[in-house]
Design a protein around this ligand. Structure first.
Ligand code: GSH
Length: 205
């Protein structure tokens, strides 16, 4: 078994979290290297795109969280084998990545500037994405995004829905998801109660 080291921020969310859960679901040992923002700033010049997460596989450095999620998802049985279902899985991963990108643009803003940017996000991109994600979920049968079962797309989605409903993003109403896309709130509960996800968080407790 290769030696795996995943470097990402020290919180249970973001781009690194689906990869961590998938590693755990696969029963694969990995070094969960959690860094502070200060450590990230100090180290980022050594990272290929000056971004996290970074995955090292026997010392070989790999970037791009969705590629990591797909790779570990294949090892964990959390990625579809059927090409069309794999396409649906990739689509959901990619769309969530686009949304993350929009949200991250508002990080670092403060005061009125933050309020304006977040309100614009809520009325624009965020509303569009939430409705779009729910449509993808419905197309998949209503419970999962692809293959009628848990895949890494569901892990990425649930991490994002949890964040949006948590109140940690100022000026993003905590009930926005429930109002615009209640299916996503139900999806979060479904994924959170999956035994593999439950086991991962039990291991963190
Ligand atoms: N496409 C990359 C994006 C990586 C990315 O933007 N990572 C964020 C953290 S979630 C980051 O390093 N941000 C720091 C910055 O851009 O200053 C991926 O999916 O891994």
């Amino acid at each position: 078994m290769p030696n795996y080291k995943l470097t990402y921020f020290d919180f249970d969310g973001g781009r690194g979290e689906p990869v961590r859960i998938a590693f755990h679901a696969a029963g694969i040992e990995f070094e969960d290297h959690r860094i502070s923002f200060e450590e990230f700033v100090a180290q980022r010049d050594s990272m290929p795109f000056r971004c996290a997460p970074v995955l090292e596989i026997d010392g070989t450095v790999v970037t791009q969280s969705n590629a990591m999620a797909r790779y570990v998802g294949k090892l964990a049985g959390l990625y579809p084998e059927d090409p069309l279902q794999a396409l649906f899985c990739d689509e959901a991963l990619g769309a969530h990545e686009d949304l993350l990108h929009q949200i991250v643009h508002t990080f670092g803003l403060e005061g009125d500037e933050l309020k304006r940017a977040r309100e614009k996000l809520v009325d624009g991109w965020l509303s569009t994405f939430l409705r779009g994600f729910e449509a993808l979920l419905k197309r998949g049968g209503g419970e999962y995004f692809a293959d009628g079962r848990l895949t890494v797309a569901d892990l990425k989605a649930f991490v994002q829905t949890r964040s949006l409903r948590s109140g940690t993003l100022d000026h993003v109403p905590v009930d926005l998801v429930d109002r615009l896309a209640p299916g996503l709130a139900e999806h979060q509960a479904r994924v959170e109660s999956d035994p593999r996800v439950v086991a991962y968080y039990a291991s963190r407790a």
